[in-house]
Design a protein around this ligand. Structure first.
Ligand SMILES: CC(C)(COP(=O)(O)OP(=O)(O)OC[C@H]1O[C@@H](n2cnc3c(N)ncnc32)[C@H](O)[C@@H]1OP(=O)(O)O)[C@@H](O)C(=O)NCCC(=O)NCCS
Length: 180
């Protein structure tokens, strides 16, 4: 899906996307330094380039095996966001469930990119997963509104799910039923 007016393209992840993705991921660490309530649960220490490379190769392997859906948002040739849904323990009795993650780079939010990424990822998940689940900081109102707008339902809250320095954050647990 692409729009000539906004320069936005939503497409499947490709092997050559690694550098843009790691740039985006490291930018979230810079955001966290300025915003202690930033809505992504990150590793306490920024992962090395090598471990990011390993993460990317696992992601791509999952994609090739049909265990993952990964959509990226590209603006003027640069990746500014990603939404991925990864199968829970492939081969297990829980493998009809996918876990969703999404992030759009600062400076590109609130212009519909997150919604378009979600719509594209959810549509690719139909017939592949029966349920999509996610967890979201209970104070991440932007993300929760986005999830509710595409049909996600909150089924619980895990108190103190994230420990960040001396602060704790509850996480809302949500699911989307893709059957029917
Ligand atoms: C959550 C996130 C992915 C949304 O992406 P986005 O591109 O900004 O989303 P959109 O512009 O498509 O907005 C979609 C909907 O989200 C909601 N939303 C977005 N920004 C909002 C804000 N600042 N306040 C309230 N609602 C907001 C609205 O419902 C909006 O729909 P509307 O425009 O019809 O009202 C983005 O804010 C982000 O990457 N945040 C940092 C990482 C993160 O928190 N990821 C989620 C982890 S669970």
């Amino acid at each position: 899906m692409s729009s000539a007016r906004t320069g936005l393209l939503i497409r499947d992840l490709r092997p050559g996307d690694f550098q843009d993705l790691i740039d985006a991921y490291y930018s979230y660490y810079r955001e966290l330094a300025d915003n202690t309530a930033f809505g992504l649960a990150l590793y306490r220490t920024k992962p090395s380039y090598g471990s990011e490379l390993e993460w990317f190769s696992h992601l791509y392997r999952d994609l090739e095996a049909g265990n993952c859906v990964a959509k990226v948002a590209v603006v003027h040739g640069r990746i500014v966001g990603m939404c991925n849904v990864t199968r829970q323990r492939p081969g297990s009795e829980a493998d009809h469930i996918g876990e969703l993650g999404i992030a759009v780079r600062s400076g590109y939010r609130n212009r519909g990119i997150g919604s378009k990424l979600m719509a594209s990822a959810i549509s690719a998940c139909r017939g592949r997963f029966e349920t999509i689940q996610l967890s979201v900081f209970a104070v991440n109102y932007a993300a929760i509104r986005l999830y509710k707008s595409v049909g996600f339902v909150r089924w619980g809250t895990l108190p103190r799910a994230v420990r960040r320095g001396r602060r704790y954050f509850d996480q809302d647990l949500m699911f989307l039923d893709l059957r029917g």
